[in-house]
Ligand binder design. Structure first.
Ligand code: PRP
Length: 230
């Protein structure tokens, strides 16, 4: 069956669920338990490029004259000073992709892990600069499950004086999106797909497992993947 969608045609207030065919295509590999870390990381990067392109589609520009070999052309450059904020550790792979699109962005690392019992985020690292001069922060994390980690990170950024935020995730659960938008109504959320639900352990179902472990190979047996040369 061939499915046809227009981009972002299922937008709710502030929540943008991608229906880009390439996003849907790459999510199949990302979800597959047979996908090993190298391909998983490449896929995270590709999905980030696609989602980031949509998430940044309406950023303001300042008008410039672009120099060409034959003269000048009217041009535009990002008006914002951008900070990319990966939530450690799973957000790291997304930050790499986003940096390719916005190479001048600063990268501010925030480390959170979820307490397995309470599912509440615990902060263990914060590398925001002393003077936060960015005017826009783009927060990235592959998974928006209960929404606790996303909301805590946005609160940290608000407390640092950053009022304009965008959140990008690869997968989200409806419960988490609802909780996040209730606490951060002004932060637009761009996700690759909205899954069915959270399970009792707070994992997105059907989801893709643990995005951090799958990116960094910490859930895989070491294994020998060499090919014997006859
Ligand atoms: C995962 C994920 C998010 C968080 C989502 O990280 O990458 O940061 O859980 O859950 P929430 O929406 O319920 O807060 P995890 O705590 O497993 O840490 P890791 O990135 O180091 O693997």
């Amino acid at each position: 069956m061939i499915e046809r969608f227009s981009l972002w045609d299922r937008s709710m207030a502030g929540i943008h669920i991608s229906s880009h065919p390439l996003v849907r295509h790459h999510l199949v590999a990302l979800r597959n338990p047979q996908t090993r870390s190298p391909e998983f990381r490449r896929t995270v990067r590709n999905l980030t490029l696609l989602l980031a392109s949509e998430a940044t589609a309406h950023l303001p520009l300042r008008t410039v004259e672009a120099l060409t070999p034959l003269g000048t052309a009217p041009g535009g450059m990002l008006a914002d000073r951008v900070a990319i904020v990966p939530i450690l550790r799973a957000g790291l792979g997304m930050a790499d992709g986003l940096l390719e699109l916005i190479p001048d962005a600063e990268v501010w690392h925030v480390g959170l892990y979820r307490d397995e019992r309470t599912l509440q985020p615990r902060e263990y690292y914060n590398k925001l600069p002393r003077q936060c001069a960015a005017t826009l922060a783009i927060v990235v994390d592959p998974m928006l499950a209960t929404g606790g980690s996303a909301a805590r990170t946005c609160q940290i950024l608000h407390n640092a004086g950053i009022s304009r935020l965008i959140f990008i995730a690869l997968l989200a659960a409806p419960e988490g999106v609802a909780a996040f938008s209730a606490s951060m109504p002004d932060v637009p959320v761009f996700v690759g797909a909205m899954d069915e639900k959270l399970n009792a352990a707070g994992f997105i179902v059907p989801g893709l497992g643990d995005a951090g472990d799958r990116q960094f190979g910490t859930s895989e047996p070491a294994g020998d993947h060499s090919v014997a040369i006859p």
